[in-house]
Design a protein around this ligand. Structure first.
Ligand code: OAD
Length: 257
């Protein structure tokens, strides 16, 4: 594919959609933050799941089997997120929202906070927030758990019942937060253009948003240097990175604004 004209065509479609409330939606995945130095999950050499076992580190069973190992793994990832900065792709999305209030909905599978820090404060988070904690189980005494003195390298426990704190992310086998998913589906149904940026399309229900948008009449455009599992849902696949392509696709220009 000759990327130049395709980028110009999509840029025009986005500019037209920007005349409508809710006209543009963006679904992002780990590739969105790759150029900020945060590892993806499924890239063959650098992806986390090529080096670590998702069943051990990203499931309730894995956490119950070895809470300290999982807690330490997330502590390292939290440090990575805190040390990372939004890249040119995040900044282009935030700049677009400032220029076109009410037009853009960002839906992210990412558990980092780089969209929020760039300026897209209303980003819908489908898979939770790695910087927050949540209780593993509801408080058995229904009084609300309280954190005991934490042992370094281990998850804090409730002083009363032993309940453990865990990272507030969605693990395999868990449901997505219902409100976030409903808002994401509404955005997909309502938009005129859906950009799908940096996701393998391997994890559902997030991957299904492309089909929802397409069925509702939106133009679906994938931004990814490599093929994804949902390329068939797209009207165009732009082969490039988030930091390269989003500034071009979302640019203002005398011919467009
Ligand atoms: P994956 O790691 O599955 O896919 C990352 C995608 O980003 C791949 O298709 C890459 O080709 C692409 N990519 C890499 N670098 C890029 C760049 N600079 N610009 C654009 N694209 C790039 O990540 P996700 O699709 O986000 O779940 O994975 C979905 C979910 O699986 C994650 O949210 C996570 C994981 O288990 C939870 O944490 C709950």
């Amino acid at each position: 594919m000759n990327a130049g004209p395709a980028v110009d065509t999509v840029r025009r479609q986005i500019a037209q959609a920007a005349a409508h409330a809710g006209g543009v939606a963006v679904l992002t995945g780990a590739g969105m933050s790759a150029e900020s130095g945060i590892a993806t999950f499924r890239d063959a050499m650098s992806g986390l799941w090529s080096r670590f076992d998702p069943a051990a580190l990203a499931s309730e069973e894995g956490f119950r089997a070895d809470p300290a190992q999982v807690w330490r793994w997330y502590a390292e990832r939290r440090d990575g997120v805190r040390g990372a900065q939004p890249n040119a792709g995040h900044r282009a999305l935030a700049d677009f929202e400032r220029r076109h209030p009410g037009v853009l909905t960002v839906v992210s599978q990412n558990v980092d906070d780089l969209h929020q820090r760039a300026g897209n404060a209303g980003t819908i988070r489908l898979h939770g927030d790695i910087l927050q904690d949540a209780w593993l189980a509801p408080c058995p005494q229904r009084r609300g758990c309280g954190v005991d003195q934490a042992t370094p390298g281990e998850p804090p426990r409730c002083a009363d019942c032993g309940n453990l704190l865990r990272p507030a992310v969605v693990w395999f086998g868990e449901r997505l937060p219902a409100q976030a998913l409903a808002a994401a589906e509404t955005a997909a149904r309502r938009c005129r253009v859906l950009l799908v940026v940096g996701t393998s399309g391997a994890v559902w229900p997030a991957a299904g948003l492309a089909a929802i948008a397409r069925r509702a009449g939106a133009t679906v455009v994938i931004v990814n240097p490599h093929p994804s599992e949902i390329d068939d849902e797209a009207h165009a696949c732009l082969r490039g990175t988030a930091a390269q392509l989003l500034p071009r696709l979302l640019a203002s220009g005398p011919d467009l604004d």
